[in-house]
Design a protein around this ligand. Structure first.
Ligand code: FAD
Ligand code: EPU
Length: 265
């Protein structure tokens, strides 16, 4: 196990966030020790807005035995989803194609029920192992309250591994589906971001609403509404959490949108 002081801006895709104590756990024993005091769990940091002051709790990151996988058996929550999507395709296993292009760890994808209009994480799950109150418990997906970009995990629950529901399909068919998802993502920016900032209101695209309001390019410091997609806030270089919060506020003054990101602390 490694314990170190870090700046969370180096561990989030938006590139924003202050200091924290990072606990990199590699074994079950590490996890027991790391959870003895208040904690948060960090995945790939791709749906987080971390304040400039950082967070007082321990920040736990899964590695070692939690980052190993067998697509036909258990898959560690610390494994990167993009790696699994490619590996499943290589093995002729279908079920993850809709998750192409989502920069998450498996645990973070479960927690957020990450997805696209081609499929969500919950659709691909057979069972989920969650550590809470000092023990490991196995859940069926229907017990975890999955909805659009949401789940109801037990309080303090840490997803440790999952079993996936994958089907053997011809490689060509899997590749065709992946190409379709890839094409649907073409309009998304490449700059530093945390994906879509807001949830889509039922029947609407938040990105389109922001675009129609003429808010693309709106800027506070180095935080800017992407010119490519209205629902992405990009960090042009040195954006602070304060910049990003102010920009979110200005958008929400114009449109009643619900934040998709999680704000720490
Ligand atoms: P983090 O951002 O690190 O954490 C998010 C939440 O999950 C936090 O509450 C954290 O505590 C919790 N968490 C993390 N790991 C665990 C664990 N092991 N156990 C329990 N809780 C845990 N999202 C989509 O849904 N669809 C998209 O198409 C999409 N596209 C994106 C494109 C880009 C370029 C970027 C930057 C982001 C995109 N996102 C998208 C957002 C993001 O990738 C997802 O929300 C993803 O699920 C976040 O996973 P993460 O591992 O980064 O979690
Ligand atoms: N549109 C605009 N202007 C914009 C953005 C979009 O006119 O600035 C239009 C598009 O042309 C399209 C429609 O709005 O006709 C929908 O846009 P898009 O296909 O990009 O989908 P979205 O609803 O904006 C959702 C998810 C994305 C996911 C894509 C692909 C949400 C909040 N967003 O975006 O997920 O990648 O579909 O399926 O649900 C995320 O959650 O972080 C995320 C990136």
């Amino acid at each position: 196990m490694r314990v170190e002081r870090v700046l969370l801006k180096d561990y989030t895709t938006l590139g924003v966030g202050g200091p924290a104590e990072l606990w990199t756990v590699e074994t079950k024993e590490d996890l027991l020790k790391a959870t003895e005091a208040p904690y948060r769990v960090l995945g790939n940091g791709s749906n987080l807005l971390v304040m400039d002051e950082g967070v007082p709790e321990r920040v736990i990151r899964l590695a070692g035995e939690f980052a190993t996988y067998d697509l036909r058996g258990w898959v560690g929550a610390g494994v990167l989803l993009p790696l699994l999507v490619q590996e499943a395709a290589r093995q002729g296993l279908s079920g993850l194609e809709g998750l192409l292009g989502i920069p998450a760890q498996v645990g973070g994808a479960v927690k957020m029920n990450a997805g696209t209009r081609f499929g969500e994480m919950a659709d691909a799950l057979e069972a989920v192992e969650i550590f809470h109150e000092g023990r490991f418990h196995i859940y069926l997906p229907q017990e975890l309250g999955f909805g659009y970009r949401q789940s109801r995990l037990p309080p303090g629950g840490i997803v440790t591994r999952v079993r996936l529901k994958l089907k053997e399909r011809p490689l060509e068919e899997i590749r065709r589906r992946m190409a379709e998802v890839d094409a649907a993502r073409k309009g998304q920016p490449k700059r530093k971001s945390a994906g879509c900032a807001f949830k889509n209101p039922p029947g609407h695209s938040a990105g389109r609403l922001i675009d129609e309001r003429g808010l693309k390019g709106l800027r506070v410091g180095d935080a800017m509404v992407s010119l490519e997609h209205g629902n992405f806030i990009v960090n042009l270089g040195q954006a602070t959490a304060r910049d990003v919060l102010e920009l979110l506020k200005r958008i929400q003054e114009e449109l009643p949108l619900e934040l998709e990101w999680e704000v720490w602390p």
